[in-house]
Design a protein around this ligand. Sequence first.
Ligand SMILES: [Zn+2]
Length: 146
Amino acid sequence: MSPLEVEIYAIIKRMHKKRPKTEKAELELFCDIAWSMAVKERAKYLCAKCGKLAVNSHHIFKRQHKNTKWDIRNGVPFCGAHHEFWAHNDDFDIKQEYVKFIASIRDFKTMSELYIEAHKTAHFSIADMIHIKNLLLSYIEKEREG
Ligand SMILES: [Zn+2]
């Protein structure tokens, strides 16, 4: 196991006292954390909105859209305040500002592709999850190497 995998398993252990029941559930949890890490690593842990420390990775298309849940293009790093009170704010004006902001950081082609992918039904096998896990791990490693 690589040091990065050890690091991620330590986070899982800290967050979840009980070990996930199935291999797939554990892989999904691993990918959740690796995805969040990859999104922040790409931005050097800076909030996309204010440049402060990013503690959260925000899904542009909600996590419920499983097909884009672990797609790095679907993630934006935010500080706690911008994630909770801005990106997830239902106020009409703030929502409009947020949508404009997303359009300024993701080109139309990427957003269109993500939209299509997000609305497809996802069927991930264990082999698929291992593939996603390895993609995320190598992405993080590459980012850390600089
Ligand atoms: Zn911020």
